[in-house]
Design a binder for this molecule. Structure first.
Ligand code: FAD
Length: 325
């Protein structure tokens, strides 16, 4: 029996969303309304992207604070280290921990146009794995122990040395990182991130379930033990599809592309994009994906339609208590 024929498994698949920080003041209010809708669906977490070279440091943190204080959902902060000195990266992680963030997606990030991989611009941390290690180290300094109130003994506190778990996720690339030389390099990179302390991965978007499922199988055979969440992007217009392919370097999904190109109405294109994402998600769940991570493009309707199409909304309709991994 698979998840498509087993509603019980399908109903318990966790999901999460990804947002980007608003680009102007008008977008702030709209994004907060989007977050409220997404939070009501009960995701595991909502992640917030981080602009290249720290360009969105303040606006990303503002969105994370909103999720922390206005919802019961855990926020996950994307952080990049490219171009940072060791001290700058340390201060950055500390700032996010001070704000109350406990979930991170540690990324190396891309050098700005005109800088090569070999350039000194890359900074002190050369890979996402080094940022994973740094996050764990700063967290250990930040909270070396916990104090718990002892019931019945006013003012007394018990000291616990085990620290609350920090979730440190990393990126994975089912179809290869654009600069990777071979699939085995992508798997080796993932193993290096695991050795550094990563405990979750989220994939780059892809359009065919087989690409994800065969990547997962190879990663597990090589010794990757943490869950790898598939990143799903519902694509609802031909223009957006072209932009996404340019940015990600993914191959054109010809079937989806033709359907979007010949459909004249925006509503029809949206329906095509949702239906494609629903079918993809169902195949992933059936193949054993541990959850779904949906790229929301700062709008709630499309991703919630995808979850609804997969039968995942009803059991998650109530926001859950915040809990750490
Ligand atoms: P790394 O894992 O460090 O890898 C970079 C390159 O070096 C790869 O080619 C890798 O194969 C190679 N490499 C690294 N370590 C090793 C090793 N030990 N052995 C062999 N090869 C190695 N970018 C942003 O700027 N902001 C964001 O918010 C953001 N969010 C993202 C979210 C997701 C889910 C994904 C998939 C990507 C995101 N990115 C984001 C893009 C990301 O920053 C780029 O893809 C970047 O080029 C690589 O980052 P990385 O963390 O995968 O780097």
């Amino acid at each position: 029996m698979n998840a498509m024929t087993d509603p019980a498994r399908s109903a318990h698949i966790p999901f999460s969303f990804e947002l980007y920080p608003p680009r102007n003041d008008a977008a702030v209010t709209a994004l907060q309304a989007t977050i409220d809708h997404l939070a009501a669906a009960g995701p595991e977490f909502i992640s917030v992207t981080y602009g290249a070279s720290g360009s969105s440091r303040t606006s990303s943190l503002d969105v994370l604070r909103y999720i922390l204080h206005a919802t019961r959902i855990e926020p996950m902060a994307h952080l990049t280290c490219v171009g940072s000195s060791h001290d700058e990266a340390h201060a950055l992680v500390r700032e996010f921990l001070d704000a109350g963030v406990r979930h991170f997606l540690a990324l190396r990030g891309d050098p700005p146009l005109g800088f090569s991989e070999a350039d000194d611009f890359l900074g002190d941390l050369r890979s996402a794995g080094e940022l994973v290690q740094l996050i764990h180290r700063v967290q250990a300094e930040h909270e070396p122990y916990r104090e718990l109130l002892i019931p019945g003994l006013p003012g007394a506190r018990e000291v616990r040395t085990e620290r609350p778990k920090v979730r440190v996720a990393v990126a994975a690339f089912p179809n290869g990182h654009p600069r990777s030389r071979s699939t085995s390099q992508d798997i080796d990179t993932l193993l290096a991130k695991q050795a550094a302390g990563a405990n979750l991965a989220i994939t780059q978007l892809f359009f065919h379930a087989d690409h994800y499922l065969s990547f997962i199988q190879r990663a597990q055979e090589a010794g990757v033990e943490f869950p790898i969440l598939p990143g799903i992007m519902p694509v609802t217009s031909p223009g957006r599809l072209r932009r996404i392919l340019q940015l990600s370097g993914e191959e054109l999904p010809s079937e989806l592309s033709i359907q979007l190109e010949i459909e004249p109405t925006a509503q029809g294109q949206r329906d095509i994009g949702v239906a494609y994402a629903v079918e993809l998600a169902q195949k992933l769940i059936a193949g054993g994906a541990p959850g779904l991570h949906l790229y929301a493009f700062n709008q709630h309707q499309t991703v919630l339609s995808v979850l609804d199409g997969c039968g995942l909304l009803t059991s998650h309709a109530q926001p859950r208590e915040k809990e750490l991994a």
